[in-house]
Structure formats: C-alpha cells, structure tokens
Design a protein around this ligand. Structure first.
Ligand code: CP
Ligand code: NVA
Length: 308
C-alpha cells in the first residue's frame, strides 16, 4: 500500500521511533560522503511553494546520496502558478515520478497531490504541520540526551505548524511538552486534543500555558520557532507586539535544568524569538539539528521506498 507522510499522526509510536533510529543508522551509513542504494531507480519530485534552505537541500542531497534522482519543481514555474488545478498537476506527476516531497500553503494541496498522483507524498511543511522536521529534531535529542522518553520539552512562542507536530511527536514518544504562547496564538484545540489522545498510551503530559517561565521550569529542552511564519508577513507588526517576551534568552534558561539544550528549527531571528547568545551558546544544538535534516530526509524516504 502507498504510504504518505502528511502528518506525524500518520505514524504509530513504533514507526516514529523506528524512523528516528533509522535516521541514526543512515547518519553512519552516509558518513564521509558514503552513498547507499535505498532509492535506486527512483525519481523524487521536490515541489515547493515556499522558500527553504534546509528541507529542500537536505531532501535533494539525501535522494542523490541514496542513489535516487531528485527533480526540483518550483511551484511558481509550473502551470500551477497560472491556475492549473492541483489535481491535474498531480495526475501528471503520478505518471513520471516515484515520490513527491511537497512544501505547501494548504494541507489540502498535499491531500490532493496524494489522492490524484497515487504516489507517496511527504509533507515538507504545510500551514498546519512540519512532520519531517520532527525526525531530525528527535534524532538530535537522542544524540544529545541519550534518550527521548521521560524528558521535558518547553516550546516558547507561536502555536504554529511546528508546535502542532511537536505535540504529536511528544505524545508518540512519551516526552512531556509544555507550550507557552500568548493568548490568541496558542495551538489549536483540535491539535491539543489529538495529541492528548495519542499520549494516552505513552503517558506523556502535554500542557499549554501562558508564561514562558512556567513552561521552561525544569525543562531538558527549550525549543522555539519564528514569530511570523511564511505566509503571515502581513500580520508581522501585530505578531511582533504579541510575542514580546516569548524569547529564549539567558534569563529564561535559568528556569530550565542546568544541562538543558536549546533548539530552533531555523531560520532564526536573533533578538526576537531567541537571543544571539542563546543560539550561539554552548547549550545550543540548533546547527546539529539543521544538519541532521539530511538524515531525517533519508530515513523517511527509505521508509516510503520500502512501503511502495
Ligand atoms: N527548518 C526548516 O524547515 O528550514 P527551511 O525552511 O530552511 O527548510
Ligand atoms: N513556522 C515556520 C517554520 C519554518 C521552518 C514557518 O512555517 O515559516
């Protein structure tokens, strides 16, 4: 059966943990430029509607290093930009490619790509989720802390796509998560409910609070993301006002455990959601986290190739 990764919730706990472990294996398998044959004879379409430094390059590089052939498709250069329906484009791609990796404004575009192409589709970020980011993030946590279950993560900032995927990922892996967001920017009730449902079997605690210091208390991991996500540029002034104080900095770090790590999915805005000293400091794992996206991409494409 064709498997698409549109949401973290498409995976069972066992599958999600398996992807993290495999990302770790792929990191050794691909060390020092070594290549694998996991995607031999496969053509991977990388269709992006929004900018990307890390996700796009890591999927392209991973496909090449795994013996596959990536094709980059900029949505602005396809007939999509002149109004061709997603389902018509999807039908074409379905005849030419083996996997689609897509970054889109609307989750519904991913659903249509999967339905009409009949190919496995990987969500490379949408308005509501960023599932592939989670595999590299949790690999980074495993490498830094030696475990995942039983840790506490504090997420400071916008209840956005990354926050949604973090809630589901923590629920699947037994990590506690405390999210601090200002009123009006808390994660959607639907996602909180979904995460709480998933956490029943792992007993992870998911809580939403308002004060950053409350979330950060005794945390093993402090995580943040931008205050203004791609597509929200018009709201920038209002958001910058609302998120003032929702910053990872040396004062907030004092509430966390002394060996806490600092994470950011990047790109970072120094002086807004994180200070320069926090992201450049010795507790920051943000750069490893970014580089690990290669292995997250490798692990998810390998999983999909096996299910094809
Ligand atoms: N973290 C992340 O998705 O980065 P890019 O937007 O550069 O892909
Ligand atoms: N929430 C951010 C994540 C960027 C990787 C955005 O959607 O722009």
């Amino acid at each position: 059966m064709v498997f698409s990764l549109l949401s973290v919730a498409d995976l069972s706990s066992k599958e999600f943990v398996g992807l993290i472990d495999d990302a770790k294996r792929m990191k050794s398998a691909m060390a020092r430029g070594r290549r694998t044959t996991d995607l031999k004879n496969m053509v991977v379409g990388i269709l992006f509607e929004k900018p990307s430094t890390r996700t796009r390059t890591s999927f392209q590089a991973a496909a090449i290093r795994m013996g596959g052939d990536p094709i980059y498709l900029s949505a602005s250069e396809l007939q999509l930009s002149r109004g061709e329906p997603v389902k018509d484009v999807a039908r074409m791609l379905g005849g030419w490619l083996d996997i689609i990796v897509a970054r889109v404004y609307s989750q519904d575009t991913l659903v249509q790509l999967a339905e009409y192409s009949k190919l496995p589709v990987i969500n490379a970020l949408s308005n509501i989720e960023h599932p592939t980011q989670m595999i590299s993030d949790f690999l980074t946590i495993l490498e830094s802390k030696g475990r995942i279950e039983g840790l506490k993560m504090a997420y400071i900032g916008d209840g956005n796509n990354v926050a949604n995927s973090l809630m589901l990922s923590c629920a699947l892996t037994g990590m506690d998560l405390s999210i601090a967001s200002p009123n009006g920017y808390k994660p959607s009730g639907e996602y909180v409910k979904k995460a709480k449902r998933l956490s029943a079997s792992t007993r992870s605690k998911i809580e939403i609070v308002t004060k950053p210091a409350e979330a950060a208390k005794d945390a093993d991991i402090l995580y943040t993301d931008v205050w203004v996500s791609m597509g929200e540029e018009k709201e920038a002034a209002r958001r910058l006002r609302a998120f003032k104080g929702y910053q990872i900095n040396s004062s907030l770090l004092k509430y966390a455990k002394s060996d806490a790590i600092v994470m950011h999915c990047l790109p970072a805005h120094r002086g807004l959601e994180i200070t320069d000293d926090a992201i450049e400091g010795k507790q920051s794992v943000a750069w490893v986290q970014g580089i690990n996206k290669l292995y997250g991409a490798a692990s998810v494409m390998k999983f999909i190739a096996k299910h094809k």
